[in-house]
Design a protein around this ligand. Sequence first.
Ligand SMILES: *Cc1c(COP(=O)(O)O)cnc(C)c1O
Length: 387
Amino acid sequence: MPKNSLQTDAIRAGSHPSQFHEHSEALYLTSSFTYNSAAEAAAVFIGEKEGYIYSRFSNPTVTAMQERLAAIEGAEACVATASGMSAILATVMAHLSAGDHILASSSLFGSTISLFNNILKRFGITVSYVAPADRAGWEKAVRPETRMIFVETPSNPLTEIIDLEHVSSVSKKHGLLFVVDNCFCSPAVQRPLKMGADLVLHSATKYLDGQGRVLGGAVAGSKLLIEPVYAFLRTAGPSISPFNAWVILKGMETLKIRMDAHAINALLLAQWLSDHPRINRVYYPGLASHPQHELAMRQQSNGGGIVAFEVKGGREGAWKVIDACELISITGNLGDVKSTITHPASTTHARISPQEREAAGIKEGLVRISVGLESIEDLKSDLARGL
Ligand SMILES: *Cc1c(COP(=O)(O)O)cnc(C)c1O
């Protein structure tokens, strides 16, 4: 097969019609699969013959989703998981042991920080943090027991950019596993494996689905690194439902066109917010005023769809803007065609301590918008009311 562009692969890759020659990929809602004989079952179970056994292990709809995502992420292999968090957990469980250390960006999704600080700690895995913009900090923070570097770029919610090639060089020098949560960009905007990442993680709940319908996650990378993640999943069980995999599979078909449109709306909104007198600061990598704009444009094909801004008047000011929204939905989710608005300090980052929040730079006046595909004029009017 010729190598297709991402736009084509997002629509075509992973499609294997059954004997009915269906055009749209079928949904295989079945927990198990049957065999013609005991001998055939035995051959499939020991891997002598290809075939499906049980949907916790694998399922044709899930395989289609994995193949499509691997193609657009530029990965040799991919495994889908029940959610983005289970993709992170499976990666850690597959590759780390008690006594190991993770070096992570200090600006991470709130649940990722909770997982690292509150849960992994009980299993003897320690984590320390480096500020995303602290270029020299990565090398200095590597310890003898460090096994993994874990980052998100752009970060949530401050859209800080991590130089992937730089961190990858530190990771390679010390023989570490470099893991990138690519949820904020999706492969349509950024492909970390091409910039030195070893594994890419997704919350497919966000842009891959794109319409806020289902939970899902995925890990992509080389066969060698994906195999242990799959081994963990099939035994421990946070596998994706075939239904959710099917929704995400179909969602990916419009990923490229959606991401282009998200970025156009986000840039227009960020420019408008930058000129507003009630706003202290706008965070959007697509703005020339973003401190890491050039780096962002080297790594990404556009600025993405997430815009954050600091309203004057702290929490009260931020809540006023949010409460005045009639169109934009108040919800912590992102990556939806419907615009969503959230107050990170009291929602997505509420479970971490005020000190951790302060360290992550999440101010009380900060508002995050996942810019959807509604008319930009309607979005501006909605925000103008509270501002
Ligand atoms: C949402 C999100 C996750 C977690 O994904 P779920 O599907 O909600 O489990 C992880 N990382 C980032 C950056 C996210 O935005």
